[in-house]
Design a protein. Structure first.
Length: 128
């Protein structure tokens, strides 16, 4: 697994999110992982590319996603996920690192808000 500087820094941020679990996904058995899928309480909040193009896919409020796409060339869509709720952030483009970290936190918040009360309590107590 060879991550760019941007990708390695973001992986550290994702790994540090409360309750986050990163699971590598490969194209076929035995091959290098293509992406890391990050989940909290079994629900996905981020997909980090581990290949040549450094990018991350994040959950996002639909209104905010539209504004971000208008503001930055590096924010778009690249997956089978619903484009209304998911954005792709090109880590080598015009999106500032602080904004990327804020978007990771926003994605985590979006997913955490959809957890059951019991799951949120487990997450808060560190039992995830």
């Amino acid at each position: 697994m060879v991550l760019s500087d941007h990708g390695a820094a973001l992986k550290a941020v994702l790994d540090g999110m409360p309750g986050a679990v990163g699971e590598p996904m490969t194209a076929s058995r035995g091959s290098e992982p293509l992406v890391m899928i990050y989940k909290i309480m079994g629900k996905m909040f981020a997909i980090l590319s581990l290949r040549d193009e450094p990018f991350v896919i994040l959950k996002c409020d639909p209104f905010r996603a539209d504004l971000l796409r208008e503001t930055y060339d590096g924010i778009g869509h690249r997956s089978h996920l619903d484009r209304r709720y998911w954005i792709s952030v090109d880590l080598g483009a015009d999106v500032p690192a602080d904004e990327v970290r804020a978007l990771v936190a926003h994605s985590w918040d979006q997913v955490a808000a959809g957890l059951t009360r019991k799951q949120r309590e487990e997450l808060a107590s560190g039992k995830s």
